[in-house]
Structure formats: structure tokens, C-alpha cells
Design a protein around this ligand. Structure first.
Ligand SMILES: *Cc1c(COP(=O)(O)O)cnc(C)c1O
Length: 366
């Protein structure tokens, strides 16, 4: 028997979450963001559930090739564009759309000798200060690209830094929108602005192409302000394991490395086949929620490489082999949002779902 830990990918939940995007922005094309191997889910594992999207967006040309290998003939967008002039050969061969965010990329494209034509996403740095041309430079680059024979279309693109909050007192997006609109308002071409947080919180923006990432994977982009239940999203990845031992503690007994947890009274704990070598973060705090037999309890003591301990005080029928859900859905339907678990180690759902390690086997559920 293999170790009982498993990551389950839920196709019905992926389809449901995609339908929530459609409901929010009915006038937009939806590009499903599948970077980082589909946020840790596995591109090949999510493809069938997401192939009704209007396009896929990602970073690595190798991931783009994998999507083509699955039979996808539609749009693919490289969110960070090309990393060298040579990448243009792949863009041509695999018909990839790509962003232009830097002078170097502009030059590579200008010097590319081929009759091929590309669909460009011209990226503006509207305030996030990671990638893109400043509003001052943007129009010049746009005009330049219009004269390139190898440019078929130019989509105006930017990315929000604060669509999940209301920092800067401007509802998070206003200052960037002003810069973007001011610069592009009289220019023809499609627009692509929204990430998950903007799709959910600023759905009236409804631009031509939205780039939906984390919400497809059942994590709330603005947790704890809103939970996945608030947004009607469903977990798409469940990390499930089992109890492999049970210990009866006396008052003052301790648990695990460093004896970080001390029993205040006699109690029962369960040992779960899941540790940081599976991707469950070592720094996760005592008290972080977990489901045992579909019932909510919490972890106690330090997470070790292969195991962690859970409080069984109020759990009915706990025994060796009982199901433990670290995040996601129990087989009986109870839900533990990944966002609540991420909060237990001071991170976000994105990081946990991207961190499940090689030794965990995956399974797809319809
Ligand atoms: C990752 C990414 C997205 C998706 O962001 P989510 O918050 O996961 O929806 C959208 N646009 C760009 C440019 C990205 O890099």
C-alpha cells in the first residue's frame, strides 16, 4: 500500500468556478490562467474541465507546448512574453500570443526575420512597477508596433496591484485605471485588465479579455474579507490523508519535536500521514483547522517531515484509517477552504496549492 496521502482534483468544481467567471463578466472572453502547472493542479489534469475557456494564459513556453499537445487550437498568451529572441521561433510554430513589456522584447520582435504575424498584448505599467511601459512611453511603443509588419493585433493590457483590497483609499484599482484610461482611451484595440479579484469585486469593468486565475481553483482572492462561500466558489484540490496512529495523552504530556504542544488535560490525538515534505507548511500554527471523518478539528504541535498531529477530543469514530482532509472537500462533502489553512501559516491559498510535492500522488474526480 502506498502512503495514504493523495491530492484529488475536482473537475465539477473547476467547471463550476469557470461558470462563476462567466456570470460575473458575461461580455468578456475568459482566459484561464494555468501558470505554475495550473497553480499546482497539473495542466493535463485541469485541461478537460477548463477547455471551454476562450484561451489559456501562462508563462513558460514548455507549458504552452503541453497545452498544444492536449489538442488545444485556441489562444494561448505568454503573460511575461518572450525571454529571448529565440523564443519567437516557438511563438511562431505554436501560435502563441505574448505580452511586450520591455524595450528588449520590442527590439527582438523588430529584428525577427519571418513572414509570421503575432497577436501582441502591450503591457502598461500603470502603477504596480513590475512589468510594462510607463504611460508616457506607452503610446510611442504602440505607434511603433503598429508599423511592424509582424504584428497582427495589439491588445492593451495592465495588471492590478490592489484589486483585492481598498488600499490607497481608491478602492484599490482607481489610480491605475485612471492612468490606463487616460493613455489608451482614443486608441483602437481590445483591452485586458482583470485578474480574479477584479472579476469578482469590480465586475462592471468587464473588459474584452479577463485573466482568471486563483478563483478557478477555489481560493478567494480577497480572503478573509470574502470566503469562497461568499463568492460561491468550490475547492478544486483536496489534500486528503488518513490517521495512521492514535495516542492517549495524560495531563502535561507533550507532542512532537520541540514539545511545542502540552496537553492541559487528558486527551486523544491522531497522527496523520502528512508533513512538510508533502507540502503542508512546517510553520503552520497549532489550532489550524483540519477535517477528520468530515468533522472539524485542528492540528497540535509542530508539523514534521512526514507527519502531523490532530486533536481528536470531539471527533466521533476516529480510528486508524479515518479520513483526514488537510484542505478541500471531504468524501462526505464537508468543506475546508484552503484559505483558512493558509492563514495558519501566514500565507495565501496560491502558495499552498503550488507547493504540493512530487511524492504526493494525484487523482482526478469528475
Ligand atoms: C497570475 C496572473 C493573473 C491571474 O491572477 P489571479 O489573481 O490568480 O487571478 C492575471 N494576470 C497576470 C498578468 C498574471 O500574472
Amino acid at each position: 500500500m502506498p502512503r495514504p496521502i493523495q491530492a484529488v482534483i475536482h473537475h465539477d468544481a473547476l467547471k463550476h468556478n469557470l461558470s462563476i467567471v462567466r456570470q460575473n463578466v458575461p461580455g468578456s472572453k475568459v482566459f484561464a490562467v494555468v501558470k505554475a502547472n495550473a497553480y499546482g493542479h497539473g495542466i493535463e489534469r485541469v485541461y478537460d474541465a477548463l477547455k471551454s475557456a476562450d484561451g489559456f494564459a501562462l508563462l513558460d513556453i514548455d507549458e504552452a507546448k503541453r497545452i498544444r499537445a492536449l489538442g488545444w487550437h485556441g489562444a494561448i498568451l505568454l503573460l511575461e512574453g518572450i525571454f529571448s529572441a529565440q523564443d519567437l521561433y516557438d511563438c511562431e510554430q505554436y501560435q502563441l500570443n505574448f505580452t511586450i513589456h520591455s524595450e528588449a522584447q520590442l527590439q527582438w520582435l523588430q529584428e525577427y526575420q519571418s513572414p509570421a504575424q503575432f497577436n501582441i498584448f502591450l503591457k502598461m505599467n500603470s502603477g504596480m512597477n513590475r512589468l510594462g511601459f510607463t504611460p508616457e512611453r506607452y503610446r510611442q511603443v504602440w505607434e511603433q508596433l503598429n508599423r511592424f509588419k509582424n504584428v497582427r493585433s495589439i491588445t492593451h493590457m495592465m495588471h492590478f496591484s490592489d484589486a483585492d483590497g481598498d488600499r490607497l483609499g481608491q478602492d484599490g484599482i482607481e489610480h491605475q485605471l485612471i492612468a490606463f484610461d487616460h493613455t489608451t482611451q482614443d486608441l483602437p484595440g481590445k483591452r485586458s485588465l482583470s485578474n480574479s479579484a477584479a472579476i469578482l469585486r469590480h465586475s462592471t469593468l468587464d473588459t474584452d479579455i479577463v485573466r482568471a486565475g486563483i478563483l478557478l481553483y477555489g481560493s478567494s482572492p480577497d480572503y478573509p474579507t470574502h470566503s469562497i462561500q461568499d463568492w460561491d466558489l468550490k475547492p478544486t484540490m483536496s489534500l486528503r490523508s488518513e490517521l495512521i496512529a492514535i495516542q492517549n495523552l495524560k495531563k502535561n504530556d507533550t507532542v512532537g519535536y520541540g514539545s511545542k504542544f502540552t496537553a492541559e488535560t487528558a486527551m486523544t490525538i491522531g497522527i496523520v500521514a502528512c508533513g512538510y515534505a508533502d507540502g503542508y507548511q512546517r510553520i503552520t500554527a497549532t489550532g489550524t483547522p483540519v477535517l477528520v471523518n468530515g468533522q472539524r478539528t485542528h492540528i497540535v504541535g509542530r508539523v514534521s517531515m512526514d507527519m502531523l498531529a490532530v486533536d481528536l477530543s470531539n471527533i466521533l469514530h476516529a480510528e486508524i484509517g479515518s479520513e483526514v482532509v488537510l484542505w478541500g472537500q471531504a468524501q462526505t462533502g464537508e468543506i475546508l477552504p484552503i484559505d483558512e489553512v493558509a492563514a495558519g501559516s501566514g500565507t495565501i491559498g496560491y502558495e499552498l496549492m503550488c507547493s504540493v510535492t512530487q511524492r504526493v500522488s494525484f487523482k482526478i474526480e469528475a
